[in-house]
Design a binder for this molecule. Sequence first.
Ligand code: SF4
Ligand code: MG
Length: 293
Amino acid sequence: MNQPQTPDQTRPSVHAGVNRFLDEVRESGILNYRSESLPTWCPGCGYYGITQGITQALSELDIPPHELVFVSGIGCAGRYPFFMKGYGFHTVHGRTLPIASGVKMANPRLKVIAVGGDGDGLAIGGGHLPHAIRRNVDLTYIIFDNGIYGLTKGQASPTTPQGQITATTPYGNPEQPLNPVMLGLSYGASFLATGYAGLPHELMHVFKAAFSHRGFSLVIITTPCVTFDSVNITYDRFRHLWHPVPPSHPISDIRSAMMLAMSGEHYYGVMFAEDRPTWDDRWESIKQNARRK
Ligand code: SF4
Ligand code: MG
């Protein structure tokens, strides 16, 4: 019969396990993309899984930190540039995309990654999304969609489901939520992918595809806010709901992508991708035409 172990007996094996895990993390290279500031997000926040996916993708693509710029607005995701190695710009509420576009236009050699929540990106900043998309500036925009305002303590956001009780809707949210995937597709994004914070390895593949796309890549991540949402996007509820985008899905077919977006199912992966001239390509050709005149 096994004898119960005292805390002193268990400690060496626990320490060995933790040390082994830390060695694996160091060897993976993902710490090369993390600053020395530790994240201030709540324990269990989905943003940790998203960060795991982003850093793994950057490491696999071997993008040097000095070529990276993280741009954010306001919200829990707004703190992102502080926690990452590279250049960073924590901008004002909802203005992530104009700033990120300007950074890329000013220095096309930089890899620009814009991040923000559903409130920052789809409410106050929602008017910027169609214009960044139609310009097809070569950057990646990641929406951390937790269906709630987290930083300001749990108000209903543009993606909060109808009927949900929140700090601002104590008798249930009367409004219909936005479908950000349909928004991105109907605005004409040249790349759109989805993912779930609870599947960081799968997210890594999604981010690798997004960072490799030439043009505006929109990535919409569903992520639990463990502090202010215990009913909608929870790890328990979403654990078994996710499926990969079917291998038979033609990713250059916008109608098929829209069918997936409207299906009510939860898919992760690349839904739509198309090669098309970027803003920079068109700007170069305008400059050449102007010089000839
Ligand atoms: Fe994450 Fe919600 Fe905490 Fe913000 S409030 S850090 S979104 S769990
Ligand atoms: Mg939010």
